[in-house]
Each structure stands twice: as structure tokens, then as C-alpha cells.
Design a protein. Structure first.
Length: 125
């Protein structure tokens, strides 16, 4: 069970609909990329999360014990900061990822849903 801080639980108890997801990718080089499924950029913890339609997390498997959780991320992620060359070169392979659930009306109200590492990043048709 996650503990919700910053008034997030009170906000959710109102039946709020001002929630979105934010993804922070950190390459092994230390370069940070932020993306959100909200319709405008959001900033918190010195990271700006670019609005990126079509980037969704799916097929989350949570297991008990020492098993590894799996998360597939699929979609069309567009950003001027991403290049096909970087994707093909493996620049995002094993990048760390933090997935947040954020109240876009008050970004102090957020909870870290998942934290992990990407495997091999591939591009499909």
C-alpha cells in the first residue's frame, strides 16, 4: 500500500479528475527526459515533463516474493529531443524509468507508481 502525501489523498477523495502520468527516463549517461500524457508540459523536481500523446504503459504485472515485475510501454513517443539514431544506437537501453501519477493542477500532489530500468529499446512498425 502506498502512502499519499501533499494532500493527494484528500484530492482523490473528492472524486478529482485532474490526474495524469509522468515518465522520467534517465540514460546511463545521466541525461534526463520527462514525458507526460497531460496536454501541456509539467515541471517538478527540476524536470520538465513534455506533453507526449500516445505514450502509454500497459500489461503491468506485479508479483510477490523475489520475482521481477514487468511493464510494457508501447506507443508513439514524439519529441524533438529524441532521435532515431539515439534509439538505434542503444542510448536508451537500460535507462532508469520513474512513473508518477500526478495531479496536474498541483504537481506537489503526486505518487511514484513504479521505478525500474528499461530493457532493450526497440522500434516497431
Amino acid at each position: 500500500m502506498k502512502t499519499l502525501f501533499g494532500g493527494l489523498q484528500s484530492h482523490l477523495d473528492t472524486g478529482a479528475t485532474t490526474m495524469c502520468h509522468c515518465w522520467k527516463l534517465t540514460q546511463q549517461s545521466g541525461t534526463v527526459f520527462g514525458f507526460t500524457d497531460h496536454d501541456r508540459p509539467l515541471t517538478f523536481d527540476s524536470v520538465t515533463y513534455e506533453a507526449a500523446t500516445g505514450f502509454t504503459a500497459s500489461a503491468i504485472e506485479t508479483r510477490t516474493g523475489l520475482n521481477v515485475d514487468n511493464l510494457d510501454v508501447v506507443g508513439a513517443l514524439e519529441s524533438d529531443r529524441l532521435s532515431e539514431k539515439a534509439l538505434h544506437s542503444g542510448a536508451f537501453d537500460n535507462a532508469s524509468i520513474d512513473i508518477w501519477w500526478v495531479n496536474w493542477a498541483d504537481v506537489l500532489q503526486r505518487v511514484l507508481l513504479r521505478k525500474g530500468h528499461l530493457g532493450e529499446v526497440s522500434r516497431g512498425a
